[in-house]
Write a protein that binds this ligand. Structure first.
Ligand SMILES: Nc1ncnc2c1ncn2[C@@H]1O[C@H](COP(=O)(O)OP(=O)(O)OP(=O)(O)O)[C@@H](O)[C@H]1O
Length: 629
């Protein structure tokens, strides 16, 4: 290109540039402005600036309305408009896109169903609960597959004495009220306040009185025993140490005795009833309690009934010996029981009574599948009983799905602590716990149980106590069966003053008159706390529970604890009293319990049990803690 051509081209480009409209970009408004509104920083070519100046001078000289750069608008009008736009922008609320999206979503939801935030929350919680309950349905696969549906409860020969049958509804209600019993269901059998009127054999009444110091049925027994004797399916919910074991053991023993009397069991026959427990220790304890009553019956001239303990860790020879004679009752943990049934060691062809003790815990521990399979081995209609100290809604749902016209018996709120326990909560720094523990042991005489949820900590505490001359045993999931049994025996017999235990040992075990329970660590789930402190304050006696909390304890757990103390009318330490419940204002000053775990300090959305279930199942299986083999 020649120099002349280059010059021409530059001029052409310059002209094209001069003719192009000028735009400015404003950060505030995110829009392109008309040149008339150009800011001082806007570039305006010389040619155009001269033209604008000329127009301006001419218009001033004529005094006619004109504007610079815009034929239609005056400068002051433009200024006003700019100011207005600026004001509008300033007035616009400063919201993030997320806020905007949420507001739009809420607006849409509100338009659809005119729902308030509280209604939306309630709906969400209901969905979580439904999903939770559906996942935990317990009906046996075989029953579901065959579509077996029984509509009537099992018939038994037991009836209440006529003077009790003739009681009016009001009289029964009054008795229930007096004993704090809530009973729900169709045709609920009457409350019976003494064993004699329940037609319990005299030798058993005598045995309970002399050997067990039991003279009068506890509330759960007053309503539970007549219900079970009448053949009704039931759900029993009562606080720890309230005598649930007798409420399901006595009916199975009476059923077995009646069957044996009618037609003696031959070799290989049986069982007629089964009790399934979540842990070996609990199964053994129930087994021993049944054996005691069975012995008393033999002493009283009744036939001998065979009881089989079906748990892992015991010799098959012992089991074979019982089975070789024909047996009536099986007390089992789910894993070993399923194994025996699968291997056809015995059948459930004539079994008509099934009790799931600590049913809720069994499901939590991952035994749901085993329990479902076990139910599939039943060949005829059975009576089903579920017992637990805590009873979340999922079990009520199960009742609707799998039990026949069940009677739901509640003594106290599900998940509430026993009122016979003095609960003390103390703030103890992590590093000061061990030393303070020694001081704390002075509060009462032995026996004392110390709980920690960490097995290494259990070992450390035992070691420390032994060094300090305290007679202590330890029990946790990594101990062998022999070690566990030795520890329980030594502690129960009074040889050892202190038992240090992980949660495994806490649930359902009945030790004699524990004076003091120390929770070295506050359990994350309030349900575990209730079970742990429930090792004391049993069968109407008072006990003390001390719980250490500190900065490591989650606020939600502390809130659960605070409500539980308030419910049981216990002293609330100032640091707990100071914790406020964020839900309180929205709930109008009254909060309801979590339908999954019964905790009062959180909603189902924040339930630690839901998030912990999976973890706990995996951990327990890998440790082989409970129930299995
Ligand atoms: N009617 C009664 N009167 C007095 N003591 C009783 C009565 N029934 C049972 N007991 C005693 O109370 C103690 C606790 O009973 P049990 O183990 O059945 O309680 P539980 O409700 O199953 O407790 P947990 O939920 O902790 O398993 C036992 O030592 C038992 O002998």
């Amino acid at each position: 290109m020649s120099a002349v051509q280059a010059l021409k081209r530059r001029r052409m480009l310059q002209r094209a540039q001069d003719d192009r409209p000028q735009y400015s970009y404003s950060d505030d408004e995110e829009e392109y402005d008309d040149p008339s509104a150009a800011s001082s920083s806007t570039f305006v070519p010389l040619k155009q600036r001269r033209l604008q100046q000329l127009q301006h001078i001419q218009s001033r000289a004529r005094g006619s309305p004109s504007s610079i750069g815009s034929p239609s608008k005056r400068a002051d009008e433009q200024d006003e408009e700019d100011q207005e736009q600026h004001d509008r922008a300033a007035q616009r609320p400063q919201r993030s896109l997320l806020d905007e999206a949420r507001i739009l979503r809420e607006k849409k939801l509100a338009e659809e169903g005119e729902k308030t935030q509280a209604e939306i929350d309630a709906e969400e919680e209901r969905k979580i609960l439904e999903a939770h309950a559906a996942r935990r349905k317990l009906a046996s696969d075989m029953e579901l597959a065959k579509g077996i549906q029984h509509t009537e409860p099992l018939k038994t020969s037991w009836t209440a004495p006529s003077f009790i049958r003739s009681r009016s509804q009001e009289e029964n209600d009054k008795l229930r009220e007096r004993n704090h019993i809530l009973a729900d269901g169709v045709d609920v059998p009457p409350v019976i306040t003494n064993f004699r009127d329940m037609k319990v054999p005299e030798c058993v009444i005598e045995y309970l009185k002399t050997e067990k110091k039991i003279v009068k049925p506890s509330p759960i027994q007053m309503q539970g025993l007549p219900t079970a004797f009448a053949g009704r399916d039931m759900i029993g919910i009562a606080f720890t140490g309230s005598g649930k074991t007798l409420a399901f053991s006595l009916p199975i023993i009476m059923l077995a005795t009646e069957e044996e009397r009618r037609l003696p069991f031959a070799r290989g026959e049986g069982p007629v009833g089964m009790i399934v427990c979540p842990s070996r220790e609990l199964a053994r304890q129930t087994f021993e309690s049944i054996k005691g009553i069975a012995e008393a019956l033999v002493q009283g001239g009744y036939p001998q009934i065979g009881v089989l303990l079906c748990i892992g860790g015991i010799s098959m020879a012992e089991q074979h010996h019982t089975m070789s004679k024909g047996f009536h009752i099986v007390v089992a943990t789910p894993g070993r029981l399923q194994d025996m049934l699968t291997k056809k060691k015995f059948t459930l062809d004539c079994c008509k009574y099934l009790c799931l003790d600590e049913a809720d815990r069994m499901i939590d521990m991952g035994f749901e599948e085993d329990v479902r399979n076990i139910m599939g081995f039943f060949k005829q209609q059975r009576q089903t009983l579920l017992f637990s100290a805590t009873m979340p809604k999922k079990i009520q749902d199960f009742a609707e799905q799998s039990l026949i016209r069940p009677v739901i018996i509640n003594v106290g709120r599900a998940g509430a602590a026993s009122l016979d326990i003095i609960q003390e909560v103390e703030y103890v720094k992590q590093e000061a716990k061990m030393v303070y523990l020694l001081e704390c042991l002075q509060k009462t005489a032995p026996p004392v149980i110390i709980f920690s949820d960490n097995k290494n900590e259990v070992d450390d505490i035992q070691e420390y106590l032994l060094l300090k001359g305290v007679e202590a045993v330890a029990i946790h999931g990594s101990k062998t069966q022999d070690e566990r049994e030795y520890a329980i025996r030594a502690f129960k017999s009074g040889q050892k003053d202190v038992m240090v235990a992980s949660g495994v040992a806490s649930k359902g075990l009945d030790f004699n008159e524990i004076q003091h329970v120390i929770n070295y660590t506050m359990p994350k789930e309030i349900e575990d706390y209730v079970h742990q402190i429930g090792r004391t304050g049993r069968s109407g006696k008072t006990g003390v529970a001390t719980t250490f909390v500190n900065a490591n304890t989650q606020e939600q757990t502390l809130l659960d604890l605070k409500y539980l103390l308030m419910e049981a009318k216990q002293r609330i330490p100032p640091f707990l009293a100071a914790i406020e419940d964020p839900r309180m204002a929205a709930a109008g000053g009254k909060v309801s319990s979590c339908p999954v775990c019964g905790g009062l300090g959180h909603s189902i959305r924040d339930c630690p049990k839901l998030e912990d279930n999976q973890r706990r199942q995996t951990a327990q299986f890998s440790r082989g803690d409970d129930g299995g083999y």
